[in-house]
Design a protein around this ligand. Sequence first.
Ligand code: SF4
Length: 257
Amino acid sequence: MNGKDPTWDFANVLFAGPCNRFCPFCIGKEIPGRVNQENLDLFPLRNQDEFVNRIRDLVIPEVVFTGTTTDPQLYKHEEQLLLLLKEQLSGGESPVRFSVHTNGVLALQKIRVFNQYNRACISFPSFSPDIYEKMMGSRRVPDLAAIVRESEIPVKVSCIVNEHNFRDTDRFLDLAADAGIKRIVFRKLFGEARNFPILEDRAVESYYRENPVYRINGLEVTVWDFDRSTSKSINLFPDGTIGSSYLLARTPEFTRV
Ligand code: SF4
């Protein structure tokens, strides 16, 4: 991890603690429990300074607030940390972008902070309360249209595809377009061996890192296969571990602790 490498894509800041959703497939279950030390009240975060140094050294262009077991907007010092990192990482050769990967539950309530990121990605598996409940453990579906209306930044939707929602894709795309969404990523769950066919009758417009990209009703739709993806990230885990694998569950640093 030493030296400049222009191929680094992201630096993820990972939060752990109680979540406001209860997804059966939560990524936090895939990584060692000792790593998920709660940090929702902590400022600065464990190993934060070293993480910032690595971002500078590796010239990483984007910092992402996200979580292992919780939503990043539940972090008590979200705005304070965001402003500090913006200040610390300004003045480099090229500007660093900041984004939030959230379930969107608190987006409207915290819209002022939400709009201080450069862009947002909302995990959103369905507009149907029945399907949403099966996938996120609650019937309360965030109001995506209202979030897009109040947002001053680009909002992308990330949709996990599994047995509960893969047959609902066409309706999902219609409702997302109505809500004002412009970009959607359909994701396979990490390690998912089953195939849930979607968009098979649609023409692929292009490929992004081996993943097919479609243009449907004005939406840019990518079908992202985690296991084939070639992104590179460093990750500040809640316990202070700095990992170097985009696939969190395959972080080599876990075995060196
Ligand atoms: S919203 Fe994210 S962090 Fe919360 S339970 Fe679901 S997958 Fe886990």
